[in-house]
Design a protein around this ligand. Structure first.
Ligand SMILES: [Zn+2]
Length: 398
């Protein structure tokens, strides 16, 4: 995807939002049909069947006919893809599209190629039923067969073209790097470099807290709550922008510098799921503390560091050069002699080998292990007792 900032006029924003509303309506209708379907009604309608129903609905309802057919059809395509992903097991069950949260639609085919370059900084795209909308050319516009227009919660519009940029060629030096991703340090390299993902400053964080407190005291749906929501979304968007920018820079750097990049094979989604409630065996209907708040904090840390995104971008930029390594015991094993014991880990930050005395930053030590691709056997005399949060599970699917 290559994404550009879109600058619609206020009148165009109204028209664009109407398109988003229709795409969402059609998607939710398809979801409703799919989830309410019972076996006695015959096979579940797929895309073709639903597209036929859409044509009938457009003939019957004027307001639907007033919208773009491409937008509505593509909403059905999106839903079809969501169902496929669900059955393939890679995604969870499709969920409702919500106003304010899911604002977007897709244009494909010949309509997607109506783009003109205005000057070196601006271009315009002819959106069906909206007209020519300007977007900022932060880099050359790609030649794509489809695009998606979205509005984020901070009220910014974007246009994303479905064009995958070519991967970065390997430097050919034969050098290997290991990347250990952590919470206090976002990424440690086997070269000894420690990288921190930028987030919000202390002042911005304080402001975010203040706004969240204000929102909790507002009446739901009031103008005050709406204003607080937008202000919160703007701050969160800023944090997200910084994180994405950091991930892009780091992944490009790594792909340019090293031939092989080894990362831990982590499953972020199961790791960051909320902990299960613990029923109290003595008092039925009551629950024991399950450290949900602590886990929520850790999850925030993991997600804020953009773990998943970094690997995803690396796999795109350094296609075929990213290797996933079993993460088991990489943080407890000495990178010099291979001695593996929980005593090695003096603290969260310091690693000191109990056998050979090797001392290093704990994350760098782990990164060296990852770079070596050392598959440490789990069979040992004294299995260490490690929290599942510290030693993540090995992914079963690639
Ligand atoms: Zn050692």
């Amino acid at each position: 995807m290559s994404r550009f900032r879109l600058y619609p006029t206020p009148a165009q924003q109204v028209a664009l939002l109407e398109q988003c509303r229709q795409a969402r309506y059609v998607y939710n209708l398809a979801l409703e049909q799919w989830s309410m379907w019972t076996r006695d009604k015959g096979p579940t309608p797929g895309y073709v069947e639903q597209a036929k129903q859409l044509t009938e609905a457009r003939a019957a309802f004027g307001w639907l006919r007033a919208g773009s057919q491409t937008v509505q059809q593509q909403a059905l395509r999106d839903f079809d893809q969501a169902v496929r992903n669900f059955y393939a097991g890679s995604h969870r069950r499709p969920t409702w599209r919500k106003a304010g949260l899911h604002e977007g639609f897709r244009i494909v085919g010949s309509q997607a190629s109506r783009i003109v370059k205005l000057n070196c900084k601006w271009a315009a795209v002819n959106v069906p039923k909206v007209g020519w909308v300007r977007f900022r050319l932060s880099r050359p516009a790609p030649d794509a067969k489809s695009y998606r227009i979205t509005r984020d919660r901070a009220d910014r519009w974007h246009i994303a073209f479905a064009a995958i940029p070519p991967p970065i060629p390997a430097p050919g030096t034969g050098e290997v790097v290991g990347v250990d991703r952590g919470v206090t340090v976002s990424a440690a390299l086997s070269t000894g470099e420690l990288l921190t993902c930028p987030g919000l400053s202390d002042r911005e964080q304080a402001r975010l807290k203040q706004l969240q407190r204000r929102l909790s005291r507002c009446r739901r749906g009031s103008n005050r709550s709406q204003r607080a929501k937008v202000a919160i979304a703007k701050l969160q968007a800023r944090a997200g922008d910084r994180r994405k920018d950091w991930v892009e820079k780091i992944s490009t750097d790594l792909a340019r510098q090293f031939d092989v990049i080894r990362v831990e094979d982590l499953r972020i989604a199961p790791m960051t799921r909320r902990p299960k409630p613990k029923p109290d065996p003595e008092r039925p209907g009551r629950y024991l503390p399950n450290r949900a708040r602590a886990k929520a904090g850790l999850n925030r840390g993991i997600l804020a560091n953009g773990w998943g995104l970094l690997v995803q971008r690396l796999e795109r930029k350094a296609a075929g050069r990213v290797e996933k390594v079993n993460p088991a015991y990489t943080s407890l094993t000495c990178s010099v002699c291979g001695h593996c014991a929980p005593e090695n880990r003096e603290s969260q930050a310091v690693f000191r080998c109990a056998a050979c005395g090797h001392q290093a930053n704990a994350d760098v030590n782990a990164a060296v292990n990852i770079a070596a691709g050392r598959a440490v056997s789990a069979r040992r005399e004294t299995p260490p007792r490690v929290s599942p949060k510290r030693e993540p599970q090995l992914a079963t699917s690639a």
